[in-house]
Design a protein around this ligand. Structure first.
Ligand code: HEM
Length: 544
């Protein structure tokens, strides 16, 4: 296969002065995209910081243009489509690996280092005590009116087994209670959130919720306090983000084995440091669990199996040890937290940018649940519009845009392209779900397409409709699909139902930055800062 020409690597001469970030935040690095527009890669050289107060001329770029600058999109994808006899597998593979190589080279001062997503603190402006009790009714809306490089992936395999164990231990089939234990934690943290009228980073709150919910099923307790645990949650989230970024780096040693021992970018050294931090955290959790009474969580089950020298799954050989347990937990926490919370963050961002869609979703949840209680997992099957919103979010913002690397076990041919044995393949899920041949108006956020009578009525995210595969497909499909889908849907439903949403810091919906940061998971480049406002009866927020 002859891949299309790669992005030019010479430094451009800017014709115009460097504009400020559209969001007017001079303290964060603003990375240019490839100037030839032939690909989505951030420009790989350090760029002078924009002047602190210059006006936001770049903000004029429309939302569609912002989307187009994302990975694998824009002209490059179109070029591949026209020049290659088959676009999907080979082209997606090429796009993926190229995007990795150039995108990972974005951040100053080390040109081969991934850009870190800024992790905001809630504004230090004085908070107004707008408790749920004080603000029971819906306020007039002030919303703007405009609209793994490892080929064997051992921990992943173990994770798949682990997740099925989790299913059997924590979430019996037929019982619709997967996320139920987190309900109280959720409402508690939201009432705290609503007090933070100055603005909260939605992704961070969602991450604490997703992590605690998963933690309750896996280790029997929340790992972050509902409030006051900001430091710890930030540390954990930073670890997950760092892991995702390192996993997404174009590591020279992987492609030029002779250089691997040199670790020229320091990726392996950073991975090892990160691994030690994870290991310490897991050690702490295991010791605490061993000291406490045995529970019904996954960790208790695993520890009991280790103690009784039983294999992990019936019918399998071999017993498990503490390292296996740590690997399983690590796998679940890394695979299951950031993916979930970033999807919820994208969903809210889209809803804020589309007030009509938000209003429709709120009407639906009001009709099904009312305003006297919080939405629960049992309500989800009746929330068809909300399900469509979630699908549309997965389509435009798949949290694992290049899926996970696959290695061809045997040489094969796909659509006329020879795939050699041992080749690493990446499937560009992001580009597939924006393919104009499969999706009319692919860059528009239109949940209606999934409704009865819509162009994609009946299309699902569960791996059988190949134009929409945010969880992957086939044998190695996401092991936490059921959990992740329910978590995203429940969290989005709850946020939409319980709160009205305003952007913080004077931001308006039409200027909201929808830029994507680079990493294994699809984060927002600029975290979503919001001001939530209660919209239910005060009693609905009551917690035991
Ligand atoms: C929005 C939520 C999530 C999304 C979009 C997502 C997406 C993905 C994707 C695309 C893959 C790669 C599949 C492939 O190679 O074809 C994957 C693998 C995996 N995911 Fe998820 N995931 C999510 C949530 C979760 C959760 C909540 C868990 C666990 C509790 C989880 C556990 C795993 C594991 C263990 C694997 C590796 C499976 C294997 O290689 O056999 N994921 N996920």
């Amino acid at each position: 296969m002859q891949p299309p020409a790669a992005a030019p690597r010479s430094k451009p001469t800017p014709a115009t002065p460097v504009p400020a970030r559209p969001d007017g935040q001079p303290d964060r690095p603003w990375t240019w995209r490839c100037p030839s527009r032939c690909c989505s890669a951030p420009w790989p050289w350090p760029w002078p910081s924009p002047p602190a107060s210059s006006s936001s001329s770049a903000a004029a770029a429309g939302s569609s243009a912002r989307y187009r600058r994302g990975r694998g999109g824009g002209r490059c994808w179109a070029t591949c489509r026209s020049s290659a006899p088959s676009r999907t597998t080979p082209c997606a593979t090429w796009r993926g690996s190229t995007a990795r190589s150039s995108a990972s080279a974005s951040a100053a001062p080390r040109s081969w280092w991934p850009r870190r997503r800024p992790w905001p603190r809630a504004s230090s402006a004085p908070t107004t005590p707008t408790s749920a009790a004080a603000r029971p009714t819906r306020a007039p809306s002030t919303s703007p009116t405009t609209t793994r490089t490892s080929s064997s992936r051992p921990t992943a395999r173990a994770g798949a087994r682990c997740a099925s164990s989790a299913r059997s231990t924590s979430s019996p089939p037929g019982r619709s209670t997967t996320c139920a234990p987190s309900g109280r934690a959720r409402s508690r943290s939201w009432s705290g959130t609503s007090r933070a009228a100055a603005g909260v980073a939605l992704g961070q709150v969602a991450n604490v919720c997703a992590t605690n919910t998963l933690a309750r099923a896996t280790v029997g307790r929340r790992v972050f306090a509902a409030d006051g645990g900001e430091g710890a949650s930030r540390e954990f989230k930073d670890m997950v983000v760092e892991l995702m970024q390192l996993a997404g780096v174009f590591n020279v040693g992987d492609f030029v084995p002779a250089l691997a021992w040199l670790d020229p970018q320091g990726v392996v050294a950073r991975m090892k440091r990160l691994h030690r931090r994870y290991d310490d955290m897991m050690d702490r959790i295991i010791r605490e669990r061993q000291a406490a009474e045995e529970g019904k969580d996954l960790l208790s089950v695993l520890l009991a199996r280790m103690r009784d020298r039983q294999p992990l799954a019936d019918g399998e050989d071999g017993t498990i040890n503490e390292t296996d347990i740590k690997a399983l937990l690590l796998n679940l926490f890394t695979a299951g937290t950031d993916t979930t919370s970033s999807t919820v963050e994208w969903a809210l961002a889209e809803l804020i940018r589309h007030p009509d869609v938000l209003a429709k979703a709120q009407q639906e949840v009001d009709a099904v649940v009312g305003r006297g209680r919080l939405v629960s997992e049992a309500d989800l099957p009746r929330l068809t519009y909300l399900a469509a919103v979630v699908k549309e979010t997965f389509r435009l913002h798949p949290s694992t845009p290049l899926s996970l690397p696959r290695v061809a076990a045997e040489e094969c041919e796909v659509d006329g392209y020879r795939i050699p044995r041992g080749a690493t393949l990446l499937v560009n899920v992001w580009a597939i779900s924006r393919d104009p041949d499969a999706w009319p108006e692919p860059l528009e956020f239109r949940p209606d397409r999934f409704l009865p009578g819509g162009s994609h009525d009946g299309v699902d995210v569960k791996g059988s409709d190949f134009e929409l595969i945010p969880f992957g497909a086939g044998r190695r499909i996401c092991a936490g699909l059921s959990w992740g889908l329910r978590m995203v849907t429940l969290m989005t439903a709850a946020l939409v139902h319980a709160l009205d949403w305003h952007l913080a810091d004077g931001m308006t919906a039409d200027k909201l930055d929808m830029e994507e940061a680079y990493g294994l998971t699809l984060q927002r480049a600029v975290p979503l800062m919001v001001r939530p406002e209660p919209r239910l009866l005060p009693s609905a927020y009551a917690v035991e």
